[in-house]
Design a protein around this ligand. Structure first.
Ligand SMILES: [Zn+2]
Length: 161
């Protein structure tokens, strides 16, 4: 996890043409072929550092392009860009990182008991939302790490009812 500030600073350095030409090595310069649908109507807006495909409607900045073309995570994409621009991304301090984990754990702790007496449909929806939340926070790992805790046992119990 990197700090928001350093990600913002990196974003300022990103030039969409560097991404298309050097990093993704897409051809057909200056009019690119869409890497997702092969349309010829792939537009590049250098002012906003964004791409847009008229046909498949893909739109996004350099980071989104790298993520989608190479099928990698946000963090992996910004690491590629940081390397390309010789930029040092700052990692979030351990203490700060832990607090996100704590927040996530507390959400699970408070949400699971409240799902206890709900109907199956409501329970399933709730569990699904919690899982999405865990993935969004990129903390699914944390969730697995605490698999031997009461929290996870309660989660599993609710899942199996
Ligand atoms: Zn397209």
């Amino acid at each position: 996890m990197y700090t928001k500030e350093s990600i913002e600073k990196l974003k300022e350095k990103i030039n969409i043409y560097d991404v298309l030409d050097d990093i993704l090595e897409l051809e057909d310069e200056p009019s690119y072929e869409c890497p997702f649908c092969e349309s010829e109507h792939f537009l590049v807006d250098q002012l906003k550092d964004k791409c847009y495909c008229v046909d498949c409607k893909f739109h996004g900045d350099g980071i989104a392009m790298i993520m989608n073309v190479q099928k990698i995570s946000f963090n992996e994409a910004i690491e590629i860009l940081a390397k390309y621009y010789d930029f040092k991304l700052e990692k979030v301090a351990k203490k700060e990182r832990k607090s996100v984990e704590e927040i996530l754990k507390s959400v699970f702790y408070s949400a699971l008991p409240s799902l206890q007496d709900k109907s199956k449909a409501v329970r399933e929806k709730g569990l699904e939302e919690l899982e999405i939340l865990a993935i969004e926070y990129e903390k699914i790992k944390v969730f697995k790490e605490i698999s031997d805790t009461m929290l996870f046992r309660r989660y599993e119990a609710l899942r199996s009812i």
